[in-house]
Design a binder for this molecule. Sequence first.
Ligand SMILES: Nc1ncnc2c1ncn2[C@@H]1O[C@H](COP(=O)(O)OP(=O)(O)OP(=O)(O)O)[C@@H](O)[C@H]1O
Ligand SMILES: [Mg+2]
Length: 257
Amino acid sequence: MSAPIILKVEAVSRSFGKFQALQGVSLEIPRGRLCALIGPNGAGKTTFYNVISGRYRPSRGRVFFEGRDITGLPPHKLVKLGLLRSFQITNIFPALTVLENVLAPLAVMHGMSFSFWRSLSSQKHLVEEAMAILERLGLAGQSHREVSTLAYGDKRLIEIAIVLACRPRLVLLDEPTAGMNPEETERMIRLIHELAARSEITFFVTEHDMKVVFSVAQTIFVLNQGSLLAQGTPEEIRANPAVRQAYLGGSLDAERA
Ligand SMILES: Nc1ncnc2c1ncn2[C@@H]1O[C@H](COP(=O)(O)OP(=O)(O)OP(=O)(O)O)[C@@H](O)[C@H]1O
Ligand SMILES: [Mg+2]
């Protein structure tokens, strides 16, 4: 039996003035599947995520999350439902410690206000939960360091920690490895792969590095000029002539990416 559909997008369009950034995009993401969205610069990937995650209203079309019509719901409502777009690095508080950055969203999820001035011991269960998340990401040893002192790759991992603290069921990651060096990229991808395999979370990731996409994604969707050009397994996408054409050949070769 095939996995239930966690996200269903039906004929979504989005215009900016006269410019059509998305034109009738439909797709379905099965629960638990690691899916990637690829496409040349300006194809509409970020706009698509903005529509799904509630930042933009679609001009046309509908979005369903776990069978529920969520079209036009704002991001904070979607987070509560379990649909989350990765936080940008600007959402991290650099002057706070790693632990505090994870405690804040955890407290919100527990419906309580976290106080940085109250002793941590009085908020023991939150701290334990935060430490478990940090442990999972290999950041436990850095929990008391101020975020501003961390390496770039570790800062980006804190975004993932914050995402996990929100207990999502579907996570949209828009270029999670942007600006990372090769080692940081590999660590991030390994982590996403592992989380996708070991947790109940479904990941939908955009990524420019084709080597990464072809090595981890189970299903790949290709956007081109606002339309869905193709979808399939990495092998199917690699062999698709229309996709190769959109990428002008070369960059689809994993070894060159
Ligand atoms: N708020 C906006 N106002 C006007 N045009 C926009 C807006 N957001 C996106 N666009 C346009 O929509 C098109 C798609 O942009 P988008 O950022 O979604 O592409 P992308 O696939 O994410 O590209 P990249 O790979 O470079 O991140 C681009 O031509 C962009 O200029
Ligand atoms: Mg983008």
